[in-house]
Design a protein around this ligand. Structure first.
Ligand code: SF4
Length: 223
C-alpha cells in the first residue's frame, strides 16, 4: 500500500503501528507484512483482554513473523487503583471508567509512542461521527507526532472482503457478533441492526458518547 510505504520511508525506525488485533488491525498487519515491515508493531495488554485476543495475537505472530512489542500497565498504578476502588471500578462511574482506561491503556500507549515520530492506526471514517473529519495523514495533537490512518476510507465490507480473500487470522469473537473488541468486561455482543460500537461500555448513558481515549476525539456513536 502506497501510504504505508510512504510512512515507512519517511519515519522508520521511529514509527509504530498500534495494533488491537481487531478486524481493521489484522488487515493493517497483513498490509504491513507485505510492504512496510520496518514499521514496529506495538500492542497494549490492559490485563483485562479476552482470551480470544491473545489467541489471535499469537496466530499473527506465527503467520507474519513480525515481532510484537507488548506494553502493559504500570503494576504500581494498577495496584493503587484497585486497592482504592476495587477490580470493577469501571462500572461505578464514567469518571472511574476513564481512570481505568487511562491507567490500563493511555499510559502504556504513551510509553509505546515515546520517542517516536509517527504512528499508524486502523481507524475508519465510517466507524463514528467524530471520525468524519479524520484524514489519512494527520498531526496528532495529543501525542505530538504524525498519525497515519491508511484505512480511513475503507468500509466494513472492504475489511471483511480483505480478510476472507487473504485468509487473515482474526479474533474469533467477531464470529459471535462482537464488531468492536476491547477489554473483556467492557465488551459485549450486539444485536442485528445495533450500532457497531454499542457493545462497548454499554452501561454508560451519556448521550451515546463512548470515549476510548486512544484517539484524540471522543467517539460518538452514529445514530
Ligand atoms: S476498557 Fe474497561 S477494563 Fe479496559 S481499561 Fe477501559 S475501563 Fe478498564
Amino acid at each position: 500500500m502506497a501510504l504505508l510505504q510512504q510512512a515507512e520511508a519517511e519515519f522508520a525506525p521511529d514509527i509504530v503501528f498500534a495494533c488491537s488485533f481487531g478486524a481493521e488491525d489484522v488487515v493493517m498487519l497483513d498490509l504491513i507484512s507485505r510492504s512496510a515491515r520496518a514499521i514496529t508493531i506495538v500492542t497494549l495488554d490492559t490485563g483485562r483482554l479476552p482470551q480470544q485476543t491473545y489467541d489471535v495475537m499469537d496466530a499473527c505472530r506465527t503467520r507474519y513473523g513480525l515481532p510484537v512489542e507488548v506494553y502493559c500497565p504500570d503494576a504500581a498504578e494498577v495496584e493503587a487503583m484497585v486497592r482504592e476502588h476495587g477490580m470493577n471500578l469501571f462500572r461505578d462511574s464514567v469518571e472511574k471508567r476513564k481512570r481505568c482506561c487511562e491507567i490500563r491503556k493511555i499510559h502504556p500507549l504513551r510509553r509505546a509512542l515515546a520517542g517516536r515520530k509517527a504512528w499508524v492506526t486502523g481507524v475508519r471514517r465510517e466507524q463514528a461521527d467524530s471520525r468524519q473529519q479524520m484524514a489519512a495523514i494527520e498531526d496528532d495533537v495529543a501525542f505530538g507526532i504524525k498519525k497515519f490512518n491508511p484505512l480511513i476510507e475503507w468500509s466494513q465490507a472492504d475489511i471483511w472482503a480483505y480478510i476472507r480473500e487473504n485468509d487473515v487470522p482474526y479474533n474469533a469473537l467477531h464470529d459471535e457478533h462482537y464488531p468492536s473488541i476491547g477489554c473483556a468486561p467492557c465488551t459485549r455482543a450486539i444485536a442485528v441492526g445495533e450500532d457497531p460500537r454499542a457493545g462497548r461500555w454499554w452501561w454508560e448513558q451519556e448521550e451515546g458518547v463512548a470515549e476510548c481515549g486512544l484517539h484524540a476525539s471522543p467517539i460518538k456513536r452514529k445514530s
